[in-house]
Design a protein around this ligand. Structure first.
Ligand SMILES: Nc1ncnc2c1ncn2[C@@H]1O[C@H](COP(=O)(O)OP(=O)(O)O)[C@@H](O)[C@H]1O
Ligand SMILES: [Mg+2]
Length: 253
């Protein structure tokens, strides 16, 4: 693989579920400090692609290089361990737990006293507050259950958590699908902030209009194939809309 700036390179990725070929021949290069908008109709293969990258499924064929080394994850935990964090629309946080507990889920800070480890809530509180405020997120109380937060606030906490724990690649699968226009704008600003801090971001959405202004690159999937891969500066929104509309006309004919 060639690109020295690449954080992630996938080559020739294929994945089928029974008789359904969800992805075929997918090549993708993702650089650090880059936002990729991954767009395409329902069933195009977007979620399958990022699930392979984040260790949920193994590919049937193809290879993945991350930080210049070939990788083959056997679980999402392994992908998280090397800095690949995925935020799903619904599963971003556990609603019945506090903001604080969610922030540190699986990464609680222990203070050792003799043979026992105690969670150090004071330190955790300070760190969580700082991480949220660093992104401009204001929450009323860290002990409040996440179920009281709006959809946008939940995404914000999940993004702040990923940033704090050193993610290098942040993947968001339709994070704004259930959000109001204003909340969507706020989440998009967090994504730009993540990029400005050096992360690579894959942002999946149905809405080309939403992702076009913030993306550095736009990748279009259709029926499991990549049918477009453009630098944002080199392609007009209308041209992309045309490509996507073309596939939809083909579908309905
Ligand atoms: N776990 C699965 N089992 C069987 N088929 C699946 C599974 N996941 C996805 N598919 C199929 O693969 C195709 C791509 O799905 P998906 O990646 O979810 O698309 P998208 O996220 O773009 O809507 C669809 O035809 C879908 O039905
Ligand atoms: Mg999907």
């Amino acid at each position: 693989m060639r690109d020295p700036d690449a954080l992630l390179e996938v080559r020739g990725l294929k994945k089928a579920f029974g008789g359904v070929v969800a992805l075929r021949g997918i090549d993708l290069t993702l650089e650090r400090r880059q936002i990729i908008g991954l767009v395409g109709d329902n069933g195009a293969g977007k979620s399958t692609l990022i699930k392979i990258i984040s260790g949920v499924y193994p590919p049937d064929e193809g290879e993945i290089q991350y930080e210049g080394k070939p990788i083959r994850f056997s679980s999402p935990m392994e992908a998280r361990g090397v800095g690949i964090e995925t935020v799903y629309q619904h599963l971003a946080l556990i609603p019945q737990m506090s903001i604080l507990r969610n922030f540190f889920l699986g990464k609680e800070m222990l203070r050792r006293i003799g043979p026992f480890g105690f969670m150090d809530f004071n330190d955790m509180r300070g760190i969580c507050k700082e991480a949220l405020e660093g992104l401009g997120i204001r929450v009323r109380c860290l002990d409040e259950d996440v179920s009281f937060l709006s959809g946008g606030e939940r995404q914000a906490v999940a993004i702040a958590r990923a940033l704090h724990f050193g993610a290098k690649l942040l993947i968001l699968d339709e994070p704004t699908a259930a959000l109001s226009v204003r909340e969507t704008e706020t989440v998009l600003n967090y994504i730009i902030e993540a990029r400005n801090r050096g992360l690579a971001v894959i942002f999946i959405t149905h809405s080309l209009h939403q992702v076009y202004p913030v993306a550095d690159r736009l990748v279009i999937l259709e029926h499991g194939r990549k049918i477009g891969d453009f630098k944002r500066d080199e392609v007009a929104l209308e041209d992309l809309t045309g490509i996507i509309r073309g596939t939809q006309t083909k579908d309905s004919s």
